[in-house]
Design a binder for this molecule. Structure first.
Ligand code: 5GP
Length: 313
């Protein structure tokens, strides 16, 4: 499917979701590099918001465009790891004006909004889906590096239940391309700056147990983020740490996106389907990891979410 669409297009744009994470960066950069190397005569551009510094080891990330050229129209817009049009952010006009659109995603909340859609909610990551779609003989080390980053990120280093035998097979094949797998894991998943650790510590210290100890919640205000000198990209991993608390079924972490607007991240173990809660509040995600934004005081936002979690316990 992908190769057919690529063959029919002379100009191709790739875009991912706002606040790109490892899988979004990995799938976009892996596909971008693949098209550059495989379809050398085609024009291909990649559009993403600023990516986390730790992902900038991907050489081609310097080509990422952060702005769109007014009036530019592509033959094909490929939307990756993005469940609805609005999550495309600044690249939305390019999606809307493209002659054809294609979406590859693994979010259960995906609205199949493109002309062609390749959506597999059971897949570990969009990067694994890109691996499925591309010609395996043409995976260079650069393509492998990016896709491996995406798989590692969305499986929590192969620990979540979304990591299937097929995920391990894809990862093994990517490793055989000669990439430094342990370094990607260490540098992009585990390593944290001193400030990130301080914020993590604060979020854990101030976390509260709710619903008879079956839910844990914490938040950081904009003022606190400024105090520690961190931004949204630095908060990755906090909610996962809350989730490992013994006895809990759901974890909630939120940070102030703008005055009195909170970005909420939800994680769950077995009982709670957090994608349902996120969709209820206009967001999306997966059964065990989802998110959305909501206006209100931290206490109001938290209470609203906790009420929805309680309904599933
Ligand atoms: P995180 O909590 O790490 O930001 O996101 C967890 C999952 O939920 C990711 O797959 C992410 O793409 C999705 N997600 C987070 N926030 C939103 C949102 O506001 N809207 C939608 N549709 N999905 C979101």
């Amino acid at each position: 499917m992908l190769n057919k669409l690529l063959a029919q297009a002379d100009s191709i744009a790739i875009g991912g979701h706002v606040r790109p994470d490892g899988d979004c960066v990995g799938s976009c950069m892996g596909l971008y590099q693949y098209i550059r190397e495989t379809y050398v005569d085609k024009e291909v551009d990649v559009y993403l918001e600023d990516i986390p510094d730790v992902h900038k080891f991907i050489e081609a990330s310097k080509d990422i465009r952060h702005e769109i050229e007014h009036g530019k129209i592509y033959d094909l817009f490929i939307c990756l790891d993005c469940g609805d049009e609005d999550r495309l952010g600044f690249s939305l006009p390019l999606f809307q004006s493209a002659k054809r659109t294609f979406c590859v995603d693994h979010h259960v909340s995906n609205r199949e909004f493109a002309d062609d859609n390749y959506i597999f909610p059971d897949a570990s990551s969009t990067s694994e889906l890109i691996y499925d779609l591309i010609d395996k003989d043409r995976i260079s080390m650069q393509v492998a590096e990016a896709l491996y980053l995406g798989i590692v990120h969305d499986t929590g280093v192969f620990q979540y239940s979304c990591a299937s035998p097929a995920t391990f097979e894809a990862a093994a094949d990517l490793l055989r391309k000669g990439i430094d797998g342990p370094k990607i894991i260490e540098d992009t998943f585990y390593e944290k700056t001193y400030a990130q650790n301080q914020v993590l510590g604060r979020a854990l210290l101030e976390s509260i147990l709710l619903l008879d100890g079956r839910c844990i919640a914490s938040y950081i205000t904009k003022e606190q983020m400024e105090f520690y000198g961190v931004d949204a990209k630095d908060l990755d991993g906090i909610v996962s740490q809350l989730r490992v608390t013994k006895g809990i079924e759901a974890a909630l972490f939120m940070y102030e996106l703008e005055p009195n607007v909170y970005k909420v991240s939800l994680r769950s173990k077995d009982t709670v389907d957090v994608s349902r809660i996120a969709q209820y509040f206009g967001g999306g995600g997966h059964k065990k990891a989802a998110g959305f934004s909501m206006a209100g005081t931290p206490h109001d936002v938290m209470n609203n979410v906790i009420r929805q979690i309680a309904l599933q316990l």
